[in-house]
Ligand binder design. Structure first.
Ligand code: UD1
Ligand code: CA
Length: 462
């Protein structure tokens, strides 16, 4: 089976300068969902019809599909299919056509639909010319209504909302925007489809009506779930579709051993993965290629993107982790900011108001309060005191700080990079370190403390 995605429409109702189908749902462009659904359903050859700002769509789908250009993006869905004529005119099999603004169709439904075609052929001896995916909606407003031969699944015609009679408008079975046509039969009828008198567009749905009037058999196939029919025409439709996708993902993972507390407040994206026994607290955002290991807890309000969270890690509330790797059993937060290219090794502890960037934090390191560690390598078991800062930037370049295993970096010390703090060395609180500290040394840099008896009270009374 070949698949054709229609993505050339202007999306006027969406009110965007960019093509509607590149707008994102859970971080992925709308048309990516249509593409992935076809891929997962085993459709190998995929064509995509594009028009205005085609480059944006091409950037999303790359080289994996074949592009066809629709000259008139107001030509209608039938005109879009005709624009890709080279893709299917010599094809002697079934062509699947899917609206690019229909991101909720499931691959499983397409596989079932394929089976349905085989079954009808095998057991009824009927070669179907077309199958239309449909759903029963409590509010069918805006969708094409499917008119069937009384008491059968045979489609007589599909009538658009604008053109429907009041009686037809009461039909609640709608066209979900996915069709499978036997290509030679589609070729026979599509060239004869006349543009709508009302809109001037050539509708793909008219091919269905024409097939039926010529005695070719078109049947409906019911979507597994009515949400699959949702077409995204407006930004509000996008919000609703995004929410459905989000809940589907959460449900998928909860069936695989993840607990989501207040799932309605959790954001997760399609590439996020989880091990078993993970707990996700409310208001959590998990984005990109984040992987959460077995037994981890993601605390309330945390934001994690493109990161690897190891097994048994505890991310305490309101932490931000982006582009980092957190090793097994480590603790992050509350209120930590772990940034790009950071590795927190096993059992390390990074606490409140600690920011770490492009650094390697060794096993069992403790940096529990108010520190900035950037471009650094911190050895095993180091203790970083409250307020310690690596001054990694001299105004022009970034420099590295290396802290040897077992060292103690006192509170409020400033490590001016490039600098090396030796193993088991001790940096006294408040020191500004501008030279390397050898292994085992004590480094103190402080003005002498003076205590002048009685002077304080005198100053206060002045
Ligand atoms: C279409 C169907 C309607 C169905 C609904 C399901 C037609 C005439 N109507 O209506 O029966 O219930 O989808 O969501 O097909 N496109 C092009 N070129 C064009 C016009 C559209 O490529 O000239 C693409 C769009 O980018 C979009 C898809 O086709 O991805 C559907 O077009 P749209 O205008 O949204 O059709 P609907 O009015 O929603
Ligand atoms: Ca639509």
């Amino acid at each position: 089976m070949r698949g054709l995605i229609l993505a050339a429409g202007l999306g006027t109702r969406f009110r965007s300068k960019r093509p509607k189908v590149v707008h994102r749902l859970l971080g992925k462009p709308m048309v990516w969902y249509a593409f992935m659904t076809l891929r997962q359903a085993g459709v190998e050859e995929i064509g995509v019809v594009v028009s205005h700002m085609a480059e944006e769509v091409k950037r999303v789908l790359g080289e994996e599909v074949i592009y066809f250009h629709q000259d008139n993006p107001k030509g209608g869905t039938g005109d879009a299919v005709l624009s890709a004529l080279d893709f299917w005119k010599d094809y002697k099999g079934y062509l699947l056509i899917l609206n690019g603004d229909t991101p909720l169709v499931m691959a499983e439904t397409i596989r079932n639909l394929q089976r349905f075609i085989h079954m009808v052929e095998k057991y009824e001896g009927v070669k179907l010319s077309g199958v239309v995916l449909t759903a029963h909606l409590s509010d069918p407003t805006g969708y094409g209504r499917v008119v069937k031969e009384e008491g059968t699944d045979r489609v007589v015609r599909i009538v658009e909302e604008r053109e429907a009679t009041p009686e037809e408008k009461t039909i609640r079975e709608v066209n979900a925007g996915l069709y499978v046509f036997y290509a030679p039969h589609l070729l026979e009828v599509l060239k004869d489809v006349k543009p709508s008198e009302r809109t001037g567009e050539v509708y793909i749905t008219e091919a269905v009506s024409l097939m039926s009037s010529r005695g070719m058999e078109v049947r409906t196939f019911m979507a597994t779930d009515p949400t699959e029919a949702l077409g995204v025409n407006t930004r509000w439709d996008l919000s609703i579709a995004e929410n459905v996708l989000r809940l589907r993902l959460i449900r998928f993972w909860s069936e695989r051993g993840v607990t989501f507390h207040l799932p309605e407040t959790v954001w997760i994206e399609p590439d996020v993965t989880f091990g078993e026994e993970v707990e996700v607290e409310p208001d959590v955002t998990l984005k990109g290629r984040t992987r959460v290991g077995k037994g981890a807890v993601i605390g309330r309000g945390s934001y994690i993107e493109d990161s690897e969270i190891g097994e048994e890690v505890r991310v305490l509330p309101y932490s931000v982790v982006i582009g980092a790797k957190v090793g097994r059993g480590a603790t992050v937060g509350p209120f930590s900011h772990i940034r790009e290219e950071t590795v927190l090794e096993e059992l390390s502890e990074v606490g409140a108001f600690v920011e770490v960037k492009r650094s390697k934090i060794g096993r069992k390191v403790k940096a529990k309060h108010l520190a900035y560690i950037g471009d650094a390598e911190v050895g095993e078991g180091v203790n970083v005191g409250a307020g310690a800062v690596t001054a990694n930037y001299d105004g022009r370049k970034k420099h590295r700080t290396v802290i040897g295993r077992g060292a103690f970096v006192g509170s409020n010390s400033l490590l001016v990079a490039p600098v090396k703090i030796g193993e088991d060395s001790y940096v006294a609180g408040g020191s500004v370190i501008t030279k390397d500290v050898p292994d085992g040394a004590l480094a103190v840099e402080r003005a002498e403390l003076r205590i002048l008896e009685g002077k304080g009270r005198k100053k206060l009374r002045n």
